[in-house]
Design a protein around this ligand. Structure first.
Ligand SMILES: [Zn+2]
Length: 456
């Protein structure tokens, strides 16, 4: 038998094994969606703890006997396991998160977000169905499919605070030995569309600052003083308007920018998933993928100034904006924030008083594509989905990835999952997942682990 037909046979066996696991996995996913595990401050803690226990049970039911809770100081527990593989085999760490975004009624859900609902399109709707409870069942399915013949050592890490202020990074820094491995598999991403396999190879970072402009000691009558004394809000607007050119490109001198070399992003899918209103133009120039994944993008995410409701005819003495800039994979986050701040200071008109405060330095991440795990994963995706693999970026930054890389500097990183960009609507109303994505992702993960086991 040639090597090719051998691995083909393996893939078919894996596929039918996984198909047999799907009914249970989907039932478990539906049960997990019913637990509102929102780890944000101000939300009840019981469901979050209940969810951590449910995740322990999920993995116990997947043959992982010594799965346990890690108490994370100041935060919710993480779920952890360390399952040894055959002697000399590599170790893979499977990551997902069990906390979810809130799902307020104002978002306009068509069904109850905490009742998993199957619709005619075959998708399962509910908060967390994709982000990231799909990741949990992908990992559980992987362990079940390989039960009793694990080809590699597996570590499991399921975080409970990914969507909010995470305390896990400090824990990883303090206990790096728990997270040592040869490859991290982060199942918290998605393909561009269902059935179109992709490896996420770049994560944008983000930096932010507040910008306060002061011009007057106190508010004064705009009829008596307007026209000569500068209004702080008008000055602020002048400054903010310099962040973009006429086309809408972010133009901050010194900010890193480039062209995207991987797959382009589908414009109709982007328009649909972004909810862009009919007739409204896209902004920026270059390919859509470049605009999303390899160019900086500055946004004004908040302004403190009198509200329209409280508006009166005065010159405004002080106004503040919070400015956020998504930054390019591979860039130095500290440098990007300095560039943003230097630019804002340089465009202040009329010698107004400007105070800038740094708020956030979120590092971007670029996947090293040269390692064996990435190659294996790429082949496995292609086999699982029956289509060539695309390289895509992601706007959402995952700061933990950088922290994990510090714990295991030579480990490779695989970023993928069942949160398809076209329809999953993570963080928004009517979040959903397509079960076929989960199934194909389990197949891909199993094949990747089998492949890595053979390389030892
Ligand atoms: Zn997520």
């Amino acid at each position: 038998m040639t090597e090719n037909s051998g691995s083909q046979l393996d893939a078919d066996t894996v596929r039918s094994t996984v198909a047999g696991l799907m009914p249970d996995l989907l039932a478990e996913l539906e049960a997990l969606v019913a637990i509102p595990s929102i780890a944000f401050p101000g939300f009840p803690s019981e469901p979050v703890h209940a969810m951590s226990e449910a995740v322990v049970e999920l993995f116990r039911a997947s043959g992982v006997e010594d799965v346990r809770l890690l108490e994370i100081p100041g935060g919710y527990p993480a779920v952890y396991a360390d399952v040894p593989g055959p002697a000399g085999s590599p170790t893979v760490l499977l990551y997902a998160h069990y906390d979810v975004q809130p799902a307020p009624v104002e978002q306009g859900w068509d069904t109850d977000p905490w009742t998993a609902t199957r619709k005619d399109d075959g998708r399962i709707y509910g908060r967390g169905a994709a982000d990231d409870k799909s990741g949990l069942v992908i990992h559980a399915g992987t362990m079940r499919a390989l039960a009793g013949r694990l080809p590699v050592g597996v570590r499991i890490l399921v975080e409970g605070e990914e969507e909010t202020i995470s305390h896990l990074e400090e824990y990883v820094d303090a206990n790096p030995e728990l997270f040592a491995c040869d490859a991290f598999v982060i199942a918290d991403m998605g393909n561009q569309e269902v059935g179109r396999p992709a490896l996420t190879t770049a994560l944008r970072g983000d930096v932010s600052c507040t910008l306060r402009v002061r011009t007057l000691d106190h508010a004064v009558h705009s009829g008596l003083f307007g026209g000569a004394a500068p209004d702080a809000l008008v000055a602020l607007i002048h400054m903010l308007a310099t962040l973009h050119d006429e086309e809408g490109n972010t133009i901050v001198p010194g900010a890193t920018t480039g062209e995207w070399a991987g797959a382009d992003f589908d414009e109709p899918a982007y328009r649909q998933s972004s909810g862009l209103l009919d007739g409204v133009d896209l902004v920026g120039s270059g390919t859509l993928a470049s605009r999303l994944w390899s160019k900086p993008s500055a946004t004004v995410i908040g302004i403190d100034a009198p509200s329209v409701h409280d508006a009166s005819n005065v010159l405004i003495p002080e106004a503040t904006a919070k400015v956020s800039m998504r930054i390019v994979p591979g860039a130095d986050a500290d440098h990007e924030l300095e560039a943003l701040i230097a630019h804002l200071r340089s465009v202040a008109p009329w010698n107004v008083i400007v105070e800038v405060e740094k708020i956030k330095v979120g590092w971007p991440f670029a996947v090293d594509m040269s390692g064996p795990a990435v190659r294996m994963a790429s082949e496995a995706l292609e086999t699982a989905f029956g289509r060539p693999v695309e390289q895509i970026g992601s706007g959402g930054s995952i700061p933990l990835v950088a922290t994990l890389k510090k714990a295991a500097p030579s480990a490779e990183v695989l970023l993928w999952g069942a949160e398809d960009l076209a329809l999953a609507r993570i963080h928004a109303s009517n979040e959903s997942v397509d079960p076929r994505e989960i199934e194909n992702m389990v197949v891909a993960q199993v094949l990747t682990l089998l492949g890595m086991g053979e390389t030892r």
